[in-house]
Design a protein around this ligand. Structure first.
Ligand SMILES: [Cu+2]
Length: 246
């Protein structure tokens, strides 16, 4: 009899200990974080007959939540350096051609050429003029508003870049194969925006599960794209008699 009781007491003591350990673990565990998954997909671009896509990596994708406010852009604590990205001037071209950031970020424009450039934008909400500066120097511009903004050089009419300011931090740029991945996306409904300078922006509704979402396919149509020269920073045509012809 006494042996039976003692066994039962031992059992209930260990049960209590286990329960206490579980409760402690629950109390000490960090607050539960919403499940975050990886979202990936692939972009296809329809080109005119006989033409192949060579600029998949100029595609930008980003997610805007349907049910909640977009995640605030990169937080900036007092005194903290403004997060920045960079587009270099190299060989009379902007490298890279497309850069994605979030509102409030700045873009550095280092001049890696042995001659001067004059970077400017006349885009509404993102207009700036960095003036003429030479080799080894760098200037920057801050982008406050979401949007896709063309960046030009006042010396070289062929130089074009795009700064795409995504309204959320869930963005990615496609690789050369058109594939893209966005990490850390909480489960929920989103509008996927697919941007490319040669096509009309595509918007798709997607639902991200706790495990993420794979193989989202998007189709852009670039057949209607027509290159058109832009004006210089004074709103005038580039000087066709200038020695600079690229
Ligand atoms: Cu230039």
């Amino acid at each position: 009899m006494s042996g039976h009781r003692s066994t039962r007491r031992r059992w209930s003591q260990s049960t209590a200990a286990t329960l206490a350990a579980v409760l402690l673990a629950v109390v000490l565990a960090p607050a539960p974080v919403a499940a975050q998954g990886s979202v990936n997909g692939r972009v296809a671009i329809t080109e005119r007959p006989g033409e192949a896509t060579t600029d998949f990596n100029a595609t930008v994708v980003y997610l805007v939540p349907v049910d909640s406010a977009p995640r605030p852009p990169v937080a900036k604590a007092k005194g903290e350096k403004v997060p920045s990205a960079s587009i270099a001037m190299n060989g009379r071209a902007f490298v890279p051609h497309v850069r994605v950031i979030t509102p409030g970020m700045k873009v550095e424009f280092p001049n890696q050429d042995p001659f001067s450039h004059n970077i400017f934008s006349t885009a509404t909400g993102a207009a700036f003029d960095l003036g003429l500066y030479g080799a080894g120097k760098s200037k920057d511009a801050t982008f406050k508003r979401a949007g896709a903004f063309p960046i030009y050089c006042n010396i070289h009419p062929r130089m074009t870049a795009f700064v795409v300011v995504a309204p959320t931090s869930w963005y990615a740029q496609a690789g050369n194969d058109g594939r893209w991945t966005i990490e850390g996306v909480p489960a929920g409904r989103y509008t996927l925006h697919v941007w490319h300078e040669r096509a009309t922006e595509v918007k798709q509704s997607i639902t991200v599960l706790a495990t993420g979402l794979s193989d989202v396919s998007s189709s852009l149509d670039a057949r209607g794209f027509k290159f058109s020269p832009h004006k210089n920073k004074f709103g005038k045509e580039y000087d066709k008699n200038s020695a600079v012809r690229y």
